[in-house]
Ligand binder design. Structure first.
Ligand SMILES: NC(=O)c1ccc[n+]([C@@H]2O[C@H](COP(=O)([O-])OP(=O)(O)OC[C@H]3O[C@@H](n4cnc5c(N)ncnc54)[C@H](O)[C@@H]3O)[C@@H](O)[C@H]2O)c1
Ligand SMILES: N[C@H](CO)Cc1c[nH]c[nH+]1
Ligand SMILES: [Zn+2]
Length: 442
C-alpha cells in the first residue's frame, strides 16, 4: 500500500485528482490492455508445452512419472491410482467435509438433471415425413482436475456430474500428485471410474494419445493453468475438448449504490486462484472504484494468499464508463468468465449482456456460491472465449444424430425438389436414387 497524492481515475468524461490510500495495483485499466494481457498468457508457453506433449507420446508412463517428479516434486509409485489407495482417502476426510461435498453434489446434480435431453424425439413435420434427433452419450471422457496451487475437489464434481448425467460410461480423472483425499472422495461420489496421478500438459497429452496404463479418451474437459489450457488447444486435432478454461477472471458491473466491500471480496476470491487471474470493475462511479480499492487493500492485508492475490491485482483494475449501456458494451468486449451485476435495475442490464461465462445477479450472489454449491457449473471459458463458447454442461458429453422417416407419400411431397436441385448440381445419381423409388410399383 502506498500513498498516491494525485492519482487520477480514467473517465470518458472527466479527469479528477483525488487523495487517499490505494493499493499500488488497483488502478484504471484500458480495455485494450486488459484484453491483450489475457490473450498473451497461452502464447508464452507454447514451446515448452509442445515439448511435453512429444515426450509423453514417445515415452508414455515413464514421461508422466518424470514430469511429476520435476513439476510436482513427488514421484508416484504408479500413474494409475489403486482402488485401495482410493478407498483409503475416506479415512482422511472429516464427516463435515464429506457432508459439505455431498450437499454440493446434490445441488449440482439437480441443476444438471434439468439439462438432460430425452434419448430421441421424432415428429411428423408434413404428411409422410417425420424428423427427429437422437442424443447419444460419449463413451469415454477425461476430466482434468487442477491441483497445483490449490486442490479442486469441487472441480471433480463439476466435470464428472454432467458427464454421468449425460450417460457417459467411462469417466477418467487426471490430477497432479500429491492428490488431496477430498478430491478422491469427490471423484468417488461423482462416479469417476479411474484416477491417474498426473497433471499439467503431460496429463492432457496422456488423455489424448494414451499411455501403457491409460487408454485414450474421446474428449477432455476441465480447467487448469496456462500449461493445461495450452495443451488442450494443441491436442484438439486428435481429441475433442470442451473449451479454453484457464486462469480465473471476474468482471463486475456496479453502480454507485453497490457494496464496495462485497465487490472487493469477490475480486480477491478470484485473484487467489492464480497470479494470472484477473479482475475488472466496470462502473460509472469513480467514488465506488476508490472505495473498492480501499477494501481491496484492507482485505489483501488480511488474506492468506497475499502474494498470489497481489500478482493477480497487477493484471486487474477498473474502467470508468459514462453509463450502464457503455458498461454492457465493455463487458461484451471482455467476455469475462464470471460477470457480477450489482446495479439497481439488473434485468434491464442483463438484456444487454451477450458474452459472459456465468452471470451473478445481486449483492448476495457471491461468485464463490457458483464455484461450489448453488448448482451451476464453475468450468467456464476464459480469456475472451465466452464470445463463442458456453460453460460446461450436459450437452458437452453427448452428440446428436438427426433422424428421418419418409414414406411413399412423403417422397412424393419432396421428390421434385430433390431431383431438380440434384440435376442442377450435376449429381444425377442423387436424382436417380429418388426417381427409382418414385417409379417403382406400389
Ligand atoms: N476457468 C475455469 O473454469 C477454472 C475453474 C477452476 C480453476 N481454474 C484455474 O485453474 C488453474 C489451476 O492452476 P494450478 O496451477 O493451481 O493447477 P493445475 O493443475 O492447472 O497446474 C499444475 C500443473 O501445472 C504444470 N506446471 C506448473 N509449472 C510448470 C512449468 N513451469 N512448466 C510446465 N508445466 C508446469 C505441472 O505439471 C503441474 O502439475 C488456475 O489458473 C485457476 O484459476 C479455472
Ligand atoms: N472460480 C473457479 C473458476 O474460475 C472455480 C473454483 C473452484 N474452486 C474455487 N473456485
Ligand atoms: Zn473460485
Amino acid at each position: 500500500m502506498v500513498w498516491h497524492p494525485f492519482r487520477s481515475a480514467l473517465s470518458y468524461h472527466f479527469f479528477e485528482p483525488y487523495i487517499h490510500v490505494l493499493p499500488m495495483s488497483w488502478s484504471p485499466v484500458t480495455l485494450e490492455n486488459w484484453l491483450i494481457r489475457q490473450k498473451d498468457t497461452l502464447d508464452e508457453v507454447r514451446g515448452p508445452v509442445e515439448a511435453i506433449i512429444s515426450e509423453v507420446r514417445a515415452r508414455g508412463d515413464a514421461a508422466l512419472l518424470d514430469y511429476a517428479e520435476k513439476f510436482d516434486k513427488v514421484r508416484p509409485e504408479a500413474v494409475r491410482l489403486s482402488e485401495e489407495d482410493w478407498d483409503a482417502a475416506y479415512e482422511d476426510v472429516s464427516p463435515e467435509l464429506a457432508e459439505a461435498l455431498s450437499e454440493a453434489y446434490a445441488r449440482i446434480s439437480r441443476f444438471h438433471e434439468l439439462q438432460r435431453r430425452e434419448d430421441f424425439w421424432i415428429t411428423e413435420t408434413e404428411p409422410g415425413i417425420s424428423l427427429g434427433v437422437k442424443t447419444t452419450p460419449l463413451t469415454r471422457i477425461g476430466i482434468y482436475v487442477p491441483g497445483g496451487r490449490a486442490s479442486y475437489p469441487s472441480t471433480a464434481l463439476m466435470c464428472a456430474i454432467p458427464a454421468k448425467v449425460a450417460g457417459v460410461q467411462e469417466v477418467i480423472c487426471c490430477t497432479p500428485p500429491p492428490v488431496h483425499p477430498l478430491t478422491l472422495v469427490a471423484c468417488d461420489i461423482a462416479g469417476v471410474d479411474e484416477v491417474y496421478l498426473t497433471g499439467g500438459a503431460q496429463a492432457v497429452a496422456a488423455m489424448a494419445y494414451g499411455t501403457e496404463s491409460m487408454a485414450p479418451v474421446e474428449k477432455i474437459v476441465g480447467p487448469g493453468n496456462r500449461y493445461v489450457t495450452a495443451a488442450k488447444m494443441m491436442v484438439r486435432h486428435t481429441v475433442e475438448i470442451d473449451f479454453p478454461a484457464g486462469p480465473s477472471e471476474i468482471a463486475i458491473i456496479a453502480d454507485e449504490d453497490a457494496r464496495p466491500d462485497f465487490i472487493a471480496a469477490d475480486i480477491l476470491a478470484q485473484s487467489e486462484h492464480d497470479p494470472l487471474a484477473a479482475s475488472m470493475l466496470i462502473t460509472p462511479s469513480t467514488q465506488l472504484a476508490d472505495e473498492v480499492g480501499k477494501w481491496i487493500a484492507r482485505l489483501t492485508a488480511e488474506a492468506d494468499r497475499k502474494e498470489i492475490i497481489s500478482q493477480s491485482l497487477e493484471r486487474s483494475g477498473y474502467l470508468i464508463v459514462k453509463d450502464l449501456d457503455q458498461a454492457a458494451e465493455a463487458a461484451n468486449k471482455i467476455a469475462p468468465e464470471h460477470l457480477a451485476i450489482q446495479v439497481s435495475d439488473s434485468f434491464s442490464l442483463l438484456g444487454k449482456i451477450k458474452n459472459a461465462g456465468s452471470i451473478f445477479i445481486g449483492p448476495y450472489a457471491a461468485v464463490a456460491c457458483g464455484d461450489y454449491a448453488s448448482g451451476t457449473n464453475h468450468v467456464l471459458p476464459t480469456a475472451g472465449n465466452a464470445r463463442y463458447y458456453s460453460g460446461l454442461n450436459v450437452a458437452h458429453f453427448t452428440k446428436t444424430s438427426t433422424i428421418q422417416m419418409i414414406d411413399r407419400e412423403g417422397l412424393e411431397m419432396i421428390g421434385d425438389i430433390v431431383e431438380t436441385i440434384a440435376e442442377a448440381e450435376g449429381l444425377s445419381a442423387h436424382a436417380d436414387s429418388v426417381r427409382i423409388r418414385r417409379s417403382s410399383p406400389r
